[in-house]
Design a protein around this ligand. Structure first.
Ligand code: FES
Ligand SMILES: [Fe+2]
Length: 408
């Protein structure tokens, strides 16, 4: 007998035990996909959508055309012409509309067909494709892919006040939830990120990891035996925050005073492309200016090349051609390749069945994120009220300075 009404009808996650709600699949019509679509999602760096141009995107298995009018406004519609299915992203941007290159049908930002040069005047009013609310914020394009009115656009005032904000979006070839779990996996920092510029490891001082509920989701706190603390904030449904302090960016062998980076805050998202690939979104705020910030800006300009390099090195480690320890010397963005090896190495979709995976006491973050998703998706499937997740301004991971990644 089912203790919870309707639970037996809930979609089960692939490669998980019975009763585990499906947080893996996010295509249109799926439970997790419908849930994620209730929130604004970052989908691309704004600079990649040039004035008068359109780009194709795949987000949660949905084909989109994102385009920018000559006046600078960004829009998003389905990337499929209602006439005979051609990609609208290959067409022309005209004012706020986009015109199909096959027979010239044009669509406005809400997906309404506004012109059909080869057809009778009355036909176009019956033709409509999906058109989605779109906002540009912190150097990224955000889209609301849900039904009805979008929720209030979430703002991050601490990022608006930064001296510099840099969005960096890379793709990772595995299911999105593996990276969500990685974000709240404090323990991995000690091992996965050995040798990265981010972390001077002290493996003899591994932390005790605890987890606290917040109004936004939860917070992980790692405390070492010598009393240092590191916090990571997780915000529903797929947002996170952590801080990086100057000392931990210094290169090995450099004196502590030679900081190569100003103090930074990371605002992160994990956004499914489809069920096998996802976007890792970092929006990095820097709070100092001057030379270190300029050095950082130059480094970020090469992010696309660093991402390609990280993919290649991660692949070569997984095939056995390189050893894990060689990553640090071969990548400009070491953590990117390290995280890719451990996330993609689990398989495109991780096997979470009991007896195949064996969680331990340090996995409090992973347990917490699965629990929160199971609760919310179950309520969603049963039509019960959903939690109104709120991040009050000032809820930040750490406020101290110095030390290593996120240490206070
Ligand atoms: S397929 Fe787009 S106008 Fe014909
Ligand atoms: Fe990591």
């Amino acid at each position: 007998m089912n203790m919870v009404k309707g639970r037996s009808d809930l979609p089960q996650a692939p490669l998980a035990d019975e009763g585990v709600v499906d947080f893996v699949r996010t295509g249109p019509g799926t439970l997790a996909g419908r849930y994620l679509r209730q929130f604004w999602q970052p989908v691309v760096e704004a600079r990649k959508v040039e004035s008068g141009r359109s780009i194709p995107l795949l987000i949660m298995s949905q084909k989109l055309a994102v385009y920018r009018s000559q006046e600078g406004k960004v829009h998003c519609v389905d990337n499929r012409c209602a006439h005979r299915g051609v990609m609208l992203s290959t067409g022309w941007v005209e004012g706020d509309s986009i015109r199909c290159p096959y027979h010239g049908w044009a669509y406005g930002p809400n997906g309404q067909c506004v012109d059909q040069p080869l057809e009778a005047e009355g036909y176009k009013k019956n033709i409509k494709i999906g058109g989605y609310p779109t906002e540009e914020y912190l150097g990224m394009v955000f889209v609301f892919l849900g039904e009805g009115e979008p929720p209030e656009f979430p703002r991050y005032p601490e990022w608006e006040r930064a001296k510099m904000v840099s969005p960096q979006i890379d793709t990772r070839p595995c299911n999105w939830f593996q990276n969500l779990e990685n974000f709240v996996d404090e323990g991995h920092v000690w091992f996965t990120h050995q040798g990265s510029a981010l972390k001077n490891l002290q493996l003899d001082a591994v932390p005790k990891i605890t987890n606290e509920v917040t109004s936004w989701g939860f917070r992980n706190v790692a405390i070492t035996p010598d009393g240092r603390r590191r916090q990571v904030l997780f915000g529903m449904p797929n947002v996170g925050m952590f801080a990086v302090h100057p000392d931990n960016i210094r290169k090995q062998g450099e004196a502590e005073s030679e900081h190569h980076a100003p103090w930074q805050m990371f605002l992160d998202w994990r956004v499914p492309v489809d069920d096998n690939i996802h976007l890792q979104v970092h929006c990095i705020a820097v709070y100092m200016d001057g030379e270190p910030t300029e050095a950082m800006r130059a480094r970020w300009r090469d992010f696309a090349a660093a991402e390609a390099e990280a993919h290649e090195v991660a692949q070569r480690v997984m095939t056995g051609e390189l050893h894990y320890d060689q990553i640090a010397a071969m990548c400009h963005h070491v953590p990117l390749a390290q995280d890719e090896v451990v996330q993609v190495g689990q398989g495109v979709i991780a096997d979470r069945r009991k007896g195949i995976e064996h969680l331990g006491a340090s996995d409090v973050g992973i347990v917490a994120v699965r629990r929160i998703y199971t609760q919310e998706l179950t309520a969603f499937a049963e039509g019960r009220p959903l939690t109104n997740w709120i991040r009050p301004e000032g809820l930040l991971p750490v406020s101290g300075s110095g030390g290593e990644e996120g240490w206070e």
